[in-house]
Design a protein around this ligand. Structure first.
Ligand code: XMP
Length: 513
């Protein structure tokens, strides 16, 4: 069954992924493609609608991205956003001008509620603007359907031809009725029925994998992270024992994590797959002994990971397929249109090179992270795995300053478990994007009972972030901080001080290495 698709044609906008996500939140499948996608390909795709994204350019600049005007004559509804709206106006003979000052941020607009696009929203609403160029005159046949104090054409449409445009960004949450506008476009204008749901995805993906793989032997590097766990379960539902999952416990996992992953995927777990746990803790500690430089530690962990995986793969012998947990943002970020760079598991780089296989399977290639989580719960994976916060491939290796030792790993594991437990119990208004304990390499004098101590300082870190490129320190209520401090010092041998890291990113990084 071919599912209905909205094509997001990317003109270089920073919100291209967001547009696709918003459409999918309406249960309609959306794909992002570069503006270089040919008209023939678009005809072949037969999308139910097309969205032109924003972009940093000016339509009059010959070097800026344009598209064949014929795209507006296919009879497929089009919504142009920001640059996309100016492009539509320009292509159809409207007038685009450069304003002396940019319009940026929250903006009040008045919309025509008789427009299908604005049906069901307030006449006066607040939207997110970010532009310098603007449509000064809509093309012939177009009606202006929204304006702001300084923007004469904040939205326009030719309803008969099903061409719509907004100067503002309905895809960002700052646009109060953005979700409704996107939903109006996909349902009312494009006539979608909303067939993109995770249960239908899971069902059809399992069918597809069965057809593709047949009886082929398949290998999966399972880290216990969200993506590789969901990929493994999807594969196991499709091909059962023809799948072998290799889980390398490098001794740098969080407290009890290795056993939890084994509990779910191992012989006593819920899935019919071959599960190999490699307990390589000592091997990693030995390699890391005496090494203090963070980059060198990362390299050692990465290389050792490959060696271990390679040895296991050799024991299994030649495999037909290798499973990768690549997800849609990886595909988009690694360059649309080009063949996607294969995500290196655990950031080790080059994993596929060391395994003799014929083909790579990426069952989650078209899913956003939240969709992967939904697919995971659809597949019955426990929520402690599907809702996990990101955890770096090199594990606690990047949360221990200085030399990594088994003793330091124990300290950070225990402190981290307490911090996470207390934060989860605290029911904060918003869960931080990432929160963990790290071990500073600092030891200092303290007093416990009647004894002098000379122990480590644990650092607690909690950050709010959506993109993990920038982050701010999360405000944790003081009583929660105090509880964490007391418990960590009482319960974790070797710690006599607890510090809280206030640093944002930049100038810091999220991890503490
Ligand atoms: P930093 O510390 O660079 O981290 O601010 C940004 C995000 O990336 C995660 N991270 C990693 N993830 N392998 C991974 O898979 C790594 O080597 C790695 N290093 C950092 C980090 O947890 C945060 O979410």
């Amino acid at each position: 069954m071919k599912k209905e698709t909205i094509l997001v044609l990317d003109f270089g906008g920073q919100y291209n992924q967001l547009i696709a996500r918003r459409v999918r939140e309406c249960n309609v499948y959306a794909e992002v493609h570069p503006y270089t996608l040919s008209l023939d390909k678009i005809k072949e795709m037969a999308p139910k609608g097309i969205i032109f994204t924003g972009g940093p350019n000016s339509v009059y600049d010959p070097a800026s991205p344009h598209y064949d005007k014929a795209i507006l004559e296919l009879g497929i509804p089009v919504l142009g956003i920001c640059y996309g709206s100016q492009l539509m106006a320009y292509m159809l003979g409207g007038e685009v001008k450069t304003a002396p000052v940019s319009e940026y941020g929250h903006t009040d607009v008045t919309v025509s509620t008789s427009s299908k696009l604005f049906h069901g929203i307030e006449e006066n609403t607040s939207v997110w603007m970010s532009h310098t160029d603007y449509i000064a005159k809509a093309p012939a046949g177009f009606e202006v359907t929204a304006h702001s104090a300084v923007c004469p054409v904040a939205a326009m449409e030719n309803a008969a031809k099903r061409l719509y445009a907004t100067q503002f960004h309905p895809e960002v949450l700052h646009t109060r009725d953005g979700k409704k506008i996107i939903s109006n476009f996909v349902y009312t204008v494009c006539g979608c029925i909303g067939d993109w749901t995770m249960d239908s995805f899971v069902e059809s993906k399992i069918r597809e994998i069965k057809e593709q793989v047949g009886n082929g032997k398949t290998l999966c590097a399972l880290s216990g992270g969200v993506d590789s766990s969901v990929a493994a379960v999807l594969m196991s539902k499709a091909i059962g024992k023809n799948l072998t999952c290799v889980f390398v416990d490098h001794g740098l996992l969080r407290k009890d994590e290795g056993d939890q992953v084994e509990g779910v995927f191992g012989p006593n777990g819920s899935y019919d797959l071959n599960f190999i746990r490699v307990n390589a803790q000592e091997r990693f500690y030995k390699k890391l002994a005496g090494v203090e430089d963070p980059e060198q530690k990362r390299k050692i962990i990465g290389e050792e990971f490959i060696r271990v995986f390679e040895e296991e793969a050799k024991k299994i012998g030649a495999v037909d397929y290798l499973v990768q947990g690549t997800i849609y943002p990886d595909v988009i970020e690694s360059g649309l249109g080009k063949s996607a760079v294969i995500k290196s598991h655990h950031n080790v780089g080059g994993l596929p090179d060391c395994v003799d296989f014929k083909e790579i399977i990426e069952p989650l290639r078209m899913l956003f992270k939240d969709e992967v989580r939904k697919a995971g719960s659809e597949l019955g994976i426990p929520s402690f795995l599907t809702m996990r916060q990101p955890f770096p491939g090199p594990g606690l290796g990047v949360r221990i300053v200085g030399e990594v030792t088994a003793e330091k790993v124990r300290i950070v594991q225990e402190a981290d478990a307490i911090f996470r437990e207390e934060l989860d119990k605290a029911e904060l208004k918003q869960r931080p994007g990432q929160y963990f304990a790290a071990l500073s390499n600092m030891r200092s004098v303290g007093v416990m009972g009647d004894f002098r101590t000379y122990d480590y300082a644990i650092v607690l870190r909690a950050v709010n972030t959506t993109d993990f490129m920038t982050a701010d320190c999360t405000e944790i209520p003081f009583d929660v901080q105090q509880r964490c401090m007391t418990r960590i010092i009482n319960e974790v041998k070797g710690v006599n001080r607890v510090l809280f890291d206030l640093t944002s990113k930049p100038p810091g990084t999220i991890e503490f290495e």
